[in-house]
Design a protein around this ligand. Structure first.
Ligand code: NAD
Length: 475
């Protein structure tokens, strides 16, 4: 772990399991409450100096961090593939590249938070100044551990905050490997990295010297974090949470080709992946058959992430595999038709791993748990609709609102349809294919989140307080 510019071993250790083998392959430290105190104290002490640095000096640290990520790309990608399960190429390597892109973007002088004139009248002018808040606690999930960790580490730093970062206990390794790099690139205390589970996370977010919490994970944990941060009235924790993203399709041949890859990418463990598909009744059977055939083909592409040719890895952990299985079995018991998959798989390269076959479910009601809850795995329920308004209404009937997509051959109709859709990101004739760029704002509505991540300056302003300076005019 990294505390105050030094590597720290911690008193106890925890196992890291490779989900392709089901076996422990590494041990990592576990932070104690005292480690949390030390990390927060270090971040607090470093805050004044870091915030006072001119932007160009902070930018030089981001550039140096990007170069170190580039140097260690191979080592980081291999650790990521082994602990998360995703195929080394192109996905684990691609995730490290995303992190490098983020570090470079943070250094861009266009992203400096300069004072902004807010109002000017005959009596004077009002200028908005962006003031960093202090220590930011950053809590990460296990699906894109490295890209999310680097995003959450760097965005608060741009405006002058300091950070204590905690990865998921399922995927701590690639984040802990960032400790050496952060130690070299940043002054002591500016970045601190701890490992541990929900207990360590809870101590961190409740710490009185933490000014803001940034969190990505499930909605249930997001609510717990909101509750534990509220006694000290921490600035609105920025959280990105769970989802049950919907797509509605009519007369678009692209849907058949695109839906399976877009639902199964990262083995379905993508917050914004396609998680429910509504298809017009006139095309339902044809679509279900095409999706089923596509899903069956994908079974051959499952395997160990380090084995060349693997396109889909295992679920990240046994609990998640069991959850997907439970939701599919629940739907089956309710009369759903299992068109493809619906069972565990033992790929030749990883027979003991946490694999579940790409699954297509048909003829299930909107009340099925796999329609209402977040499956976070490779199982796609396909539902039939009669009118587009009905499809939009049913898609909106969810506590979630992260992503949605509308598919159809009629461009004019498509561009109207997204308006009533309750989601933070809405794609037309596409899902996930664009809009997750580091420059595009991203975040959910309803229980899928508060605030946006990415989006250039938006992401950096979110960690700063606005201060308004009133001055007579002319000065
Ligand atoms: P999770 O909620 O179980 O855990 C996330 C993190 O929170 C972990 O680091 C965990 O140790 C920590 N944590 C748990 N309880 C805590 C507490 N009381 N106080 C402080 N920290 C605590 O989520 P997960 O299973 O790791 O990730 C999967 C979830 O993440 C899915 O629901 C997915 O949709 C969501 N997700 C959302 C986005 C998004 O941008 N909306 C992106 C990625 C993942």
């Amino acid at each position: 772990m990294l505390i105050n510019g030094a590597l720290v071993h911690g008193g106890t250790t925890a196992a890291v399991i490779n989900p392709a083998s089901g076996q422990e392959f590494e041990r990592v430290p576990n932070a104690s409450a005292a480690d949390v105190d030390s990390a927060v104290a270090a971040a607090k002490a470093a805050f004044g100096g870091w915030a006072a640095l001119p932007f160009a000096k902070r930018a030089a640290c981001f550039i140096s961090f990007a170069a170190l990520l580039e140097r260690d790309k191979g080592r980081l990608a291999a650790a990521l593939s082994q602990e998360q399960g995703k195929p080394l190429k192109p996905f684990a390597v691609g995730e490290v590249k995303m992190a490098i892109g983020k570090a470079k973007a943070c250094a861009d002088s266009a992203n400096e938070l300069v004072p902004e004139e807010y109002e000017r009248n005959t009596k004077g002018r009002c200028t908005c100044l962006w003031a960093p808040r202090g220590v930011v606690a950053a809590i990460c999930p296990w699906n894109f551990p490295l890209a999310i960790a680097v995003n959450k580490m760097l965005c608060p730093l741009v405006g002058g905050n300091t950070v204590v970062l905690k990865p998921s206990p399922m995927t701590p390794l690639s984040t802990l490997l960032l400790s050496d790099l952060a130690m070299e690139a940043f002054p002591p205390g500016v970045v601190n990295i701890l490992a541990g589970g929900s207990d360590v996370g809870a101590v961190l977010v409740e710490h009185p010297d933490v000014a803001t919490v940034t969190f990505t994970g499930s909605s249930a944990t997001g609510k717990r974090i909101m509750a534990s941060a509220s006694p000290s009235l921490k600035k609105a924790p920025r959280r990105s949470c769970g989802s049950a993203n919907a797509s509605a399709s009519r007369h678009d041949p692209g849907t058949k080709r695109a839906c399976v890859p877009q639902a199964m990418f990262n083995t379905g463990q993508v917050c914004v992946a396609l998680k429910r598909l509504y298809v017009h009744a006139s095309q339902y059977e044809e679509m279900v058959a095409a999706l089923g055939a596509e899903a069956r083909e994908k079974v051959q592409q499952l395997g160990d992430g380090l084995t060349p040719g693997t396109v889909y890895g295992p679920l990240n952990n046994a609990m998640q595999r069991d959850r997907v299985e439970e939701l599919v079995e629940d739907a089956r018991a309710d009369g759903a038709r299992v068109v493809a998959g619906g069972e565990r798989v033992r790929p030749p390269s990883a027979p003991q791993g946490f694999f579940y076959a790409p699954t297509i479910l048909a003829d299930l009601p909107d009340t099925a748990r796999i329609v209402r809850e977040e499956q976070f795995g490779p199982a796609l329920p396909v539902l039939s609709y009669e009118t587009v308004d009905e499809a939009v209404e049913r898609a909106n009937d969810s506590e979630y609102g992260l992503g949605a997509s509308v598919w159809g051959a009629n461009r004019a109709v498509n561009t109207q349809r997204p308006t009533p859709t309750q989601a933070g990101s809405i794609w037309i004739n596409n899902h996930l294919g664009s809009g997750l760029d580091i420059d595009a704002p991203f975040g959910g509505v309803k229980e899928s989140g508060i605030g946006k991540e990415n989006g250039g300056k938006l992401a950096f302003k979110a960690f700063c307080d606005e201060k308004y300076l009133y001055a007579p005019f002319p000065l």
